[in-house]
Design a protein. Structure first.
Length: 42
């Protein structure tokens, strides 16, 4: 139980850190490019 909580807490901390650094638009842009290039949407 403690191990699971530690993993979840670590994940939340890294997600929060990425949001604070302003990485959300970068990740969304990369996701859109993957969809347009690899899957062929558009």
């Amino acid at each position: 139980m403690k191990k699971t909580f530690a993993i979840i807490l670590t994940a939340v901390i890294f997600i929060w850190y990425g949001i604070e650094r302003g990485e959300v638009p970068i990740i969304l842009k990369k996701a859109v490019n993957i969809c347009l290039e690899c899957i062929g949407l558009g």
